[in-house]
Design a protein around this ligand. Sequence first.
Ligand code: HXC
Length: 525
Amino acid sequence: MSSITFCGEFIIKKSGREIIAELQSRREKARLGGGQARIDKQHSLGKLTARERINVLLDEGSFEETDMFVVHRIRDFGMDGKTIPGDGVVTGSGKVNGKLIYVYAQDFTVFGGSLSSDHAKKIVKIMKLAIQNKAPIVGLNDSGGARIQEGVESLGGYADVFLQNALASGVIPQISMIMGPCAGGAVYSPAMTDFTFMVKDTSYMFVTGPDVVKTVTSEEVTAEELGGAETHTTISSVADGAFNNDIEALTILRQFLNFLPSNNSQGANIRQTQDPIRRVSLSLDTLIPENPNLPYDMKELIKSIADQYDFFELQENYAKNILIGFIRLAGQTVGVVANQPMVLAGCLDIDSSRKAARFVRFCDAFNIPILTLVDVPGFMPGTAQEYGGIIKHGAKLLFAYAEATTPKVTLITRKAYGGAYDVMSSKHLRGDANYAWPTAEIAVMGAKGAVEILFRDELNNPEQIEKRTTDYEERFANPFIAAERGFLDDVIIPSNSRFRLIQAFSKLKNKTQKNPNKKFGNIPL
Ligand code: HXC
């Protein structure tokens, strides 16, 4: 094979080998991104390059790159002729543990990973493919935001990406890993995805950086304080987790992807397990302290029932009074929502309601069954909560559980008081299997509070109040009234919980449930 090229007056024929060599050389140039010096700088900061990151994330040899030769068309501010193939983002598809995913990785060595309209077009193309082919999309974000030399076209590019984020939502899982500075528009696409993770010390997310903050609000704040991993995993809840370095982040991301289905028509992932279904955890029989005011660690229960004791917790350091994350039961992925009595006695407040509501909706969108573990003394009282809108935020969780049609199994371990009893996937909200341990207390409120309201005129008689409290406890501090009404399906032995929960979920495998026909429900956002 040969081809003909005009070069001045001569006609030069290139051999097939030369053509291939030229292709190889173009590829090499593209792979070098912004050049060795900038790659070295990236490495000196402890960061991998975009292509190195993709190699760690994907199964070996599975990456197929698209749009490697795309360049920008910016002519202003000295950008004419200053093009780098790929234009600051590496896009393509590959496999994670044998399953197809689509990926884009922004290349900070090329114009700081900033987004031009052509850079955006590459991302949009890969997102459309992911939606069409029903595979998850992963973004590895490392970007200085809109390409400053370009102007409005880059803003348009962002909006094109945001649109695809909205269209993909609920169709395929979307995951963002923040691996460098992400400023301006660079933060909003991750915010629209299902899960956002960060790398500690090297990644930041903010709408405007510390300098702008100082100009506008006179606040002096470092980039780390404003938008580092610590901030976003403990204060803002923008990020679902943070990792020590790029390798750890990408390795754990591979494990995380294993929990997720590829799309909304697939159902929860199933993986073979050697962990016996009937494994008994005797320690659970004594997990609940005799004194109802003492806490215990709900994570012990979650780990005890999970295959291989493996709990992938999300938002571990935010709103710690509620736990969310994934486990497997008999190999099947299950989303867990659990009150944590160790923090704020497990009360529901604004932050925990929002945290759990979004997770319930993710699970429901992707048909992942939900296990709800309940030990909740109620909603958190106080002006801070009321002024902050606990009514509306609490309603988010209520709404999310009520509309969820995915299999829902609930286990009440101890307290299930008041409105929080209703909210936490009760029978009344279409819980499919509702269980309690014999230690469960299901009531409108705790005995002390109830007696103080019902017998206010006896408050100066401590003996009488104590007797009333004991009476109330005996009447209500058990699961049997709820069981008599059919609000619970059974009262189970704690040590046998793993088996009973596995049984419940296995019977729900073919569950179908439909909500009334509508465009969408109006969840109290
Ligand atoms: C073009 C950019 C760029 C950008 C960085 N670079 N950001 N080029 N557009 N937005 C280039 C730099 O010129 C530099 O080029 C290289 O990338 C590395 O940048 P450094 O500043 O040397 O790196 P570092 O010190 O690590 O700082 C990284 C940074 C900083 C924090 C991201 O570059 C920065 O503040 N950039 C601007 C952030 C920003 O304000 N973006 C616009 C947001 S507005 P050379 O050639 O020297 O290597 C926005 C609106 C969209 O995004 C809204 C949509 C809703």
